[in-house]
Write a protein of this length. Sequence first.
Length: 206
Amino acid sequence: MKVLLTGFNPFANLKMNPSQLIVEEIAAKAKSWHDIQVTGEVLPTEFVAAGERIQELMSQIKPEVYLGLGVARSRSILNLERVALNLDDCTLPDNAGLTLEGKKIVDDAPVAYFSTLPLLHIKNELIKKGTPVEISNHAGTYVCNHVYYLALRQINLLGIDTIGGFIHIPFISEQDSVAGQHKINLSELVLAIEHCLQILKYFKST
Ligand code: PCA
């Protein structure tokens, strides 16, 4: 199974972005896997550059599965994102200094795309493995949502049968945070995303 897995570099005042560490670790581990071929890419937290890059990657790789990852301070457990909105709206500048307020990502394009991953199935299987996870109906209106929207749109435009989705992950216990607030650590998150890929592989093969 060919997978495109993306994360983001640090942004705002973060010293690190756990989505970057997960992508790097899984891409390295996957070199010895025989059943899942992972292309891992850390995107810049920049609307324009990341948006262009995700479309390029989708066209080049044409993966069977696209899984985007990003961190969200507001989430305390894994959030499987159901919807990508055609909307950029932020007060926090991206890493290129760009702030977008109430702008469509693509004119004359659908208001939203739905994830094409089997979200309920993934949720139930992850919970069975002890990973706290929920489905979210809003991926925000910052760079993660922007990339998610353009990824799903590109899949549509290319007419490929890639299934795609996005997971927001919480801050990890290794990050400077309010003590005791964050209960999940990096290795647990890496394992959860690996499980997710296994679930998808099994799902694709049945
Ligand atoms: N999270 C931000 C962008 C990069 C990231 O990891 C977001 O939720 O939009």
